[in-house]
Design a protein around this ligand. Structure first.
Ligand SMILES: [Zn+2]
Length: 500
């Protein structure tokens, strides 16, 4: 496994260095417990420390999670240091539950990623120190532990939410790992009360810095009436999964380096999927130090990175919704695209179940692919050719529910998307960036990106120039794009402020 030297790891532990949180876990041989590097407990002796690159590896080695620093609350790094995109994509799919079924096979996961099963196992051991199945199991245990500590959901619901097949299995796993029952771990049962009225509230940590203002501004400008409300430092939206509807609310807790998500949804077994989407949308898994440091190597990009440290690439809530937004946004302004989306929602969206509505302006769930594919005509104010493009997109997404999930390589994803009529290179790259969270996606023909690039050195840029230039930004071109867009948007706002 790729870890720093033992001495460096130990120094991180001695200084409780938050930069290593989520990247490094320490197993203490004298106690059998593993910790985050920021654990407030007394630093163990050097010779008693074993270092791991993931919680799964520490658990696989027989250590149990610390009850003080709670390894389940470490930042969950999604893009694995940029060294293995295959591992990052596999982690995204595991978060979506592909290994949660009893008969789920690593073989199928590997096939989806275009690699052999043995190669995938090798990559996991190399980068995470544990096999894909162990990683999936550890995630379930740690998610259950988080629900036990942060909510008062009954244990049967915790077991269900964390993907355990039965309460018996859940009890067995916890007994083996902690030598006590799950309920014995619940020391402070009413941190957040969790019921139909209050919803389930969880804190999700990120690695600082985090440019919340940019993220919030981005979401506010694009909020779709009926589906999203973005104001007073709160992001609210409707959610629709598997025929059920609900809502989610997100706020920022900067002093805890976390966001807070409150979910109202009828079935707890969808919680991991909903949490996974929140993480992706708010880009909580970014290894932001590595990304900012890499982009700062380009002297012309460095000032932009310095201006907005911790700038994230916002993700789409749902692949199909994001693709539709991209299509509606072709050749029109952000405001016009938003109006079209509002029309689409009011005419084709599904009313949200009133029991889960926490805000009256949240009225509809964004229409899913099945619904738009089956409707006789998509009734919104845009040219017939683009309306039929939208219909084609809906049909393609309805036929392949995994169309917008990660698989193979970025190039393969772009090729697959471009087979859909109405999706060109720009749209495909944009979907890969926001929906699939491909960190190297780069829609070079974007007018905002070209204007942003002009700000770097004053010279007009062409698509091919920009592409050439972007080579040194790999594998983080999506973040370079976000910096260029942010710089461009700031200039437009400034000039309007001056001249209007
Ligand atoms: Zn600890």
């Amino acid at each position: 496994m790729e870890l720093p030297e033992r001495e460096i790891c130990y120094r991180a532990l001695q200084s409780r260095d938050p930069r290593f949180d989520g990247l490094l876990f320490v197993g203490v041989t004298s106690t059998g417990i593993y910790c985050r590097p920021v654990c407030p407990a007394r630093t163990p002796k050097f010779e008693n420390c074993r270092f791991f690159g993931s919680a799964a590896a520490a658990q696989e080695a027989g250590f149990r999670p610390c009850l003080r620093c709670r390894p389940e609350t470490a930042p969950d790094l999604a893009s694995w240091r940029g060294t293995s995109n295959t591992v990052s994509r596999a982690l995204a799919l595991i978060t979506d539950g592909v290994l949660d079924e009893d008969d789920a096979k690593v073989e199928a996961l590997a096939a989806r990623l275009g690699v052999g099963e043995r190669h995938l196992r090798r990559l996991f051991v190399q980068h995470l120190g544990a096999s894909p199945v162990v990683v999936a199991q550890t995630r379930r245990v740690l998610f259950a532990k988080q629900l036990i500590h942060e909510t008062n959901l009954p244990m049967t619901e915790v077991a269900l939410a964390a993907g355990f097949g039965s309460i018996r299995r859940f009890n067995e796993v916890f007994q083996k790992l902690f030598q006590r029952s799950p309920s014995a771990l619940r020391r402070n049962p009413s941190v957040h009360s969790s019921n139909r009225e209050t919803g389930v509230t969880l804190r999700l940590r990120y690695r600082p810095p985090y440019d919340w203002d940019s993220m919030f501004g981005y979401l506010r400008t694009r909020a779709i009436p009926g589906v999203e409300v973005v104001e007073d430092a709160r992001y609210l939206r409707t959610i629709g999964i598997d025929g059920f509807t609900g809502t989610v609310e997100v706020t920022h807790l900067p002093e805890r380096q976390s966001i807070c998500a409150t979910i109202h949804f009828p079935h707890v077994q969808w919680l991991p999927v909903i949490i996974g989407r929140v993480r992706r949308m708010f880009d909580l898994g970014a290894d932001i130090d590595t990304i900012d440091a890499h982009l700062s190597l380009d002297p012309s990009l460095a000032p932009l990175v310095a201006q907005r440290p911790g700038l994230r690439a916002p993700g789409g809530w749902d692949g199909f919704e994001l693709a539709v937004r991209a299509l509606l946004g072709q050749q029109v302004s952000v405001a016009a695209a938003r109006r079209l989306a509002a029309q689409l929602v009011s005419r084709h969206g599904v009313p949200v179940a009133s029991a889960f509505v926490t805000e009256q302006r949240l009225t509809h769930v964004f229409p899913d692919a099945q619904r738009l594919a089956q409707t006789t005509s998509i009734d919104i104010g845009m040219p017939a050719a683009r309306r039929s493009g939208l219909k084609e997109l809906a049909k393609a997404a309805a036929a392949d529910p995994s169309l917008f999930r990660p698989s193979g390589t970025l190039e393969a994803a772009i090729t697959r998307l471009r087979k859909i009529r109405g999706i060109g290179e720009w749209t495909a790259q944009y979907i890969a960036l926001r929906a699939m969270r491909e960190t190297d996606a780069f829609p070079a023909a974007d007018i905002g990106l070209l204007r942003g690039a002009e700000l770097l050195d004053g010279a007009r840029s062409t698509v091919s120039n920009l592409l050439m230039r972007s080579e040194s930004w790999r594998p983080w071109r999506a973040y370079a794009a976000q910096h260029l867009w942010a710089a461009d948007a700031a200039t437009i706002t400034e000039s309007r402020g001056l001249y209007v």
